[in-house]
Design a protein around this ligand. Structure first.
Ligand code: VGL
Ligand code: ZN
Length: 232
């Protein structure tokens, strides 16, 4: 009967919709791969090495080849930056301190402007990347996010750059999942961009469960959690 046919086609449609949702996506002209802080400091041998951080580089290189638009961020601190434990007498790395803008984790000295430690990894192979956005260069304020400093008001200009170029679909990868990747992804989502984080192209630092907390916060901000295999 007609009713059976209508029911059949509704069933067929919904199962093909499911298949589409699971299928991989080819990034278009409005998509950008945002590669967060793949710098020597966060790689084995660096001053703030993330466990297995080097394992994501081949994944990011093959992702890069699939995107027309690629942007890097680069953590770029002054030598006595406020986020360094060494700047605060009596404080040790991974302790926290209250700053005018809130609680700040104190880090080992890392990614100091102009040093080899702060350079993007030589193993990155994405020659068509278009922009390197530096952040964390104000001595008194940290900036995990590539968009906004930790004071919650000072912008890097990256939102404007992406908007002027019509790049509204942001795919985030890099280091570290629970700090700069998470904060960048949440800020991008808050400006109305469609944001996905590519899990196997990230690694985390994980202080007291911060990786799990970051995925929860990103999910609540509307950020999708995907895998590199989801990108064709
Ligand atoms: C980062 C801690 C301090 C990061 C940067 O790239 O996730 N983490 N500075
Ligand atoms: Zn930093």
């Amino acid at each position: 009967s007609f009713l059976q046919l209508a029911g059949m086609s509704a069933l067929t449609l919904s199962s093909s919709a499911r298949a589409l949702a699971a299928a991989s996506v080819t990034p278009g002209a409005d998509a950008v791969l945002l590669v967060i802080d793949v710098q020597n400091c966060f790689l084995p041998g660096g001053t703030l090495a993330v466990d297995n951080g080097d394992q994501i580089i081949p994944v990011i290189n093959s992702l890069g080849a699939k995107f027309q638009n690629v942007v890097f961020t680069q953590d770029w601190h002054t030598p006595e930056h406020a986020s360094f434990a060494s700047t605060h007498p009596g404080k040790s790395a991974f302790e926290t301190i209250e700053m005018p803008y809130g609680t700040q984790v104190l880090w080992p000295d890392h990614c100091v402007q102009g040093t080899q430690d702060a350079q993007l990894s030589d193993a990155l192979d994405i020659p068509h990347a278009q922009l390197i956005m530096r952040k964390g260069y104000h001595n008194e304020v940290d900036s995990y996010s590539g968009f906004m400093e930790a004071d919650g008001t000072t912008k890097t200009g990256l939102t404007g750059y992406l908007q002027e170029r019509g790049l509204s679909k942001v795919y985030v990868c890099g280091l570290a999942t629970d700090f700069c990747v998470s904060w960048s992804a949440q800020d991008a989502a808050s400006t109305g961009m469609v944001v996905s984080v590519i899990e196997d192209a990230c690694r985390g630092i994980d202080l007291n469960g911060s990786v799990d907390a970051a995925w929860k916060a990103m999910s609540e901000a509307g950020v999708s959690r995907i895998q590199s295999a989801d990108i064709a």
